[in-house]
Design a protein around this ligand. Structure first.
Ligand code: HSE
Length: 431
């Protein structure tokens, strides 16, 4: 039986999970693939601490080059994360004729152009199923299962930490800070959760989804990114009263010859499947021309779900190696109808807006007068009761409006003497 030798760099949580799955499922994987996936080396800075798997200590090394330069190793699994030195490890492995499996969305989203072309020039592949949606086979589905389709849009809840916080606020009526504290206590949020909460982790994942779905590797600078750290409980509750949930959505949407690529808190109607995705779960909702609308749902992180995705990539690569072929593995094909990326200023949609205003005669008229001046039409408006300070929240839903017009209108309204604090505006998406 053909043996495929692999080397793993990073003996952490996911690395141990990969070893566990390969050990536990050895005979099943052999039966299913006609191949043996053999762990030849495992590299980590720390090879002494105990992990939850048994491994022959002779396989452990602290020396990365013992993996990247071992002529018997066919595939290198990079599970270090971050840009450097993960990038150097991957490049050295490719330079030495190995294909690579990685879960490193940050690296691929920011430096994928260089890495993918480096791999292509050497007829090697970089597979990255574990980088988006944990064990959900979204990458394989886009590149294989849906190969005959073109996509109109991809909407993803791809950050478990943010989704946990927003769901908690909505279900338990707690503040952002209380929900974040709970996420940390439960081990769902990193010690420094900035990348998650400010939308960057979602943006990295979105870049990879856009690459597969639309064949364009967009730069991070071209993605509009806004996180959830300014979402207040008041807005979660007002949105709910109006029939919406707030979700951090990663959005790729084709509008004629333009592509919108953005991440931001979004109001979606409660009836939509994505609105009921709670806790740390992820979901990706794909609109395709032949297969229709599809929802991919599951745990977005976790040792064994990410490891399951890594093993799926290993099996794919092993089969390529066995067949002696280099498939242009990702089936990337540019959507040529797309001529440019649409800037956030030019997007058009409905908005939820909350003003905090003094409860005086004529306030609403002043606000609606400015909105009308910018051609923004109000679909609904509610004024809440005020407290002692005579300051009232005025909550509006607009009809379709251009983002740029909306921003200009809000800037003018914020300057009115009757307005107590800057308006909050959250985009509404008809998914
Ligand atoms: N930090 C990520 C999240 C998990 O919260 O979803 C890994 O992608």
């Amino acid at each position: 039986m053909r043996k495929i030798n692999i080397g793993i760099i990073g003996f952490g949580n996911v690395g141990s999970g990969v070893i566990k799955i390969l050990q536990e499922k050895k005979s099943i994987l052999r039966e299913k693939t006609g191949l043996e996936i053999n762990i030849k080396k495992v590299c980590d800075k720390d090879i002494l601490s105990k992990r939850n798997v048994n491994i022959d200590r002779k396989l452990l090394t602290k020396e990365v080059r013992a993996v990247t330069c071992d002529p018997q190793i066919d595939v290198v699994v990079e599970l270090v994360g971050g840009i450097s030195p993960a990038k150097e490890f991957i490049m050295e492995a490719l330079a030495n004729g190995k294909s690579v499996v990685t879960a490193n969305k940050l690296l691929l989203a920011r430096q994928g152009r260089e890495l993918f072309s480096y791999a292509r020039d050497r007829a090697k592949s970089i597979y990255f199923e574990a980088s988006v949606g944990g064990g959900i086979p979204i990458i394989k589905s886009l590149r294989e299962g849906l190969v005959a389709n073109s996509f109109a849009s991809i909407f993803g809840i791809v950050n478990g930490t943010s989704n946990f916080i927003l769901s908690r606020m909505s279900l338990h009526n707690c503040s952002f800070n209380e929900a974040l504290k709970e996420a940390k206590q439960k081990g769902f949020a990193e010690k420094d959760p900035t990348l998650d909460l400010e939308g960057l982790d979602s943006a990295h994942k979105l870049i990879l989804l856009v690459y597969l779905g639309f064949g364009k590797l967009v730069a991070l600078n071209d993605v509009f990114v806004e996180g959830i750290s300014k979402i207040s409980l008041a807005d979660v509750n007002y949105a709910k009263e109006m029939g919406f949930e707030i979700k951090l959505l990663a959005i790729a949407k084709k509008e004629s010859d333009q592509l919108e690529v953005r991440v931001h808190p979004t109001l979606i109607t409660k009836g939509h499947l994505l609105a009921s995705v709670g806790g740390v779960f992820n979901a990706i909702y794909v609109s395709s021309d032949f297969a229709g609308n599809l929802l991919f749902y599951g745990p977005g992180a976790g040792q064994l779900s990410a490891a399951s995705a890594v093993v799926s990539d290993l099996v794919d690569l092993a089969q390529d190696i066995k067949a002696g072929l280099f498939r242009s593995a990702l089936n990337i094909c540019e959507d040529r109808e797309i001529r440019r990326l649409r800037k956030i200023d030019d997007i058009e949609g409905r908005y939820y807006i909350r003003f905090m205003a003094y409860d005086q005669p004529g306030v609403l008229a002043k606000i609606s007068g400015i909105l009308a001046k910018f051609n923004i039409s109000i679909a609904s408006v509610t004024q809440k009761e005020h407290g002692k300070e005579k300051i009232v929240p005025i909550v509006m839903i607009t009809h379709g409006a251009k983002e740029k017009q909306l921003r200009s209108a809000l800037a003018m309204i914020d300057r009115l003497g009757v307005i107590k604090q800057d308006a909050v505006a959250i985009r509404i998406e008809e998914v």
